[in-house]
Design a protein around this ligand. Structure first.
Ligand SMILES: Cc1cc2nc3c(=O)[nH]c(=O)nc-3n(C[C@H](O)[C@H](O)[C@H](O)COP(=O)(O)O)c2cc1C
Length: 364
């Protein structure tokens, strides 16, 4: 039986076999920004999952762009080689598509790894002074960032482009620019964090300038067969912050500039009460898809296969991304296929454990 969740989709120049994305998930397990064997295990398990795309975690475009000292980076040759090595080993066993999310942590940088507790590394003690649109901390007790000069802004645009070039060399066919969750590009977009009075702040158009410059620079260095898109907030969930209209306007601008997809998340620009529940960010994605007509990835508490199927069938999004659902069930697509009565192929070594639907007809 064919289900809409398991129908192939063109994400710009890339055709993916189904609508399921392993959402980017920071692992805080890099060494000087270099991927480690943790990444081999992490990517390897999802490469056998049957998902249509795995988006590698938020990857810093420069040292201050990492959220924690343990975050992945892609600004030097050692980091490129470390990803190349782990990817090559995963690709021995899976031809699943890999993309990468590239980002800069902005005022939320220099943080402890989550399991080290809340807090930040001080400059000189493993940490650094975070950069931001304005010298405003995310919240009380957070480090006060340095407001970026226009030269520093231009350098960050170059850093995104240089990282994208490395991603292209790595054979990654989907690049997602991280402009969500209050990190640098997200904070430039949000009036809660951006109080600049130059051409990067003030009006809506000015606050969109940096993310759009980054998009243009990344698009310009990517060959035609690489899909380029952006993850951003559907809302900040805070009065006076970004809302659904802003998200539609950003999606429209990206669409006009040739973006292949958007990935709609929310929150992170200020402490907020977020009404987390199944599909809680979906209305923002579906409005963008309806009004702008760009390929749209929905994310946020999508756990039930029937829900995922209904999102695609109802035209609310083109793809669904799962993060926590995949941690909990690394073979979620097998189980979704089973629920939806769809046959997918699995690695021959694992066929004995799969249901009959997960085996090719000849092996049933
Ligand atoms: C461990 C973990 C790491 C995450 N790291 C990232 C990240 O690198 N980039 C990003 O945009 N979102 C990140 N997220 C957010 C997820 O991609 C996803 O948007 C969010 O968890 C909601 O989806 P879910 O309900 O399926 O988990 C992370 C989430 C988790 C649980």
């Amino acid at each position: 039986m064919t289900t809409n969740l398991f129908t192939p989709i063109a994400l710009g120049p890339q055709t993916l076999p189904n609508r399921i994305v392993v959402s980017p998930m920071c692992q805080y397990s890099a060494d000087e920004g270099c991927a480690t064997d943790w990444h081999l295990v992490h990517w390897g398990q999802f490469a056998l999952s049957g998902a249509g795309l795995l988006m590698i975690e938020a990857t810093g475009v420069n040292p201050e762009g990492r959220i924690t000292p343990g975050c992945l980076g892609l600004w030097n040759d050692a980091q490129e080689a470390a990803i190349a090595d782990r990817l090559a080993r995963v690709r021995e066993f899976s031809d699943m598509a890999f993309g990468i999310q590239i980002g800069h942590a902005g005022r939320k940088a220099s943080a402890f790894r989550p399991w080290e507790g809340p807090g930040h590394y001080a400059p000189g003690q493993g940490g650094w002074v975070p950069k931001a649109p304005s010298a405003l901390p995310f919240a009380e007790d957070w480090p006060v960032p340095e407001a970026m000069t226009e030269d520093e802004i231009a350098a960050v645009v170059d850093d995104f482009a240089a990282t994208a070039q490395r991603a292209v060399r790595l054979g990654l066919k989907v690049i997602e620019i991280h402009a969500a969750h209050g990190y640098l590009l997200s904070s430039f977009l949000s009036p809660l964090a951006n109080r600049r009075d130059d051409r990067y702040g003030g009006t809506d158009e000015n606050r969109r300038r940096l993310p759009l410059e980054v998009f243009a620079a990344v698009r310009a260095v990517c060959p035609d067969d690489v899909a380029v898109g952006m993850r951003f907030n559907g809302t900040d969930w805070v009065e006076g912050g970004l809302g659904a209209d802003d998200a539609v306007a950003l999606a429209r601008a990206l669409h006009q500039m040739g973006a292949d997809f958007v990935d709609v998340s929310s929150g992170g620009n200020a402490p907020a009460k977020i009404p987390v529940g199944p599909g809680y960010q979906l209305p923002f994605a579906s409005r963008i898809r309806r009004e702008v007509g760009i390929r749209t990835i929905a994310v946020g508490m999508i756990r039930s296969p029937l829900h995922a199927e209904s999102i695609i069938t109802g035209g609310e999004a083109d793809m669904v991304a799962l993060a926590r659902g995949f941690i909990n069930d690394p073979r979620w697509p097998w189980h979704a296929a089973e629920v939806l009565g769809h046959a997918i192929d699995v690695a021959p070594q694992y066929r004995m454990g799969a249901t009959s639907l997960n085996r090719p007809a000849a092996a049933r």
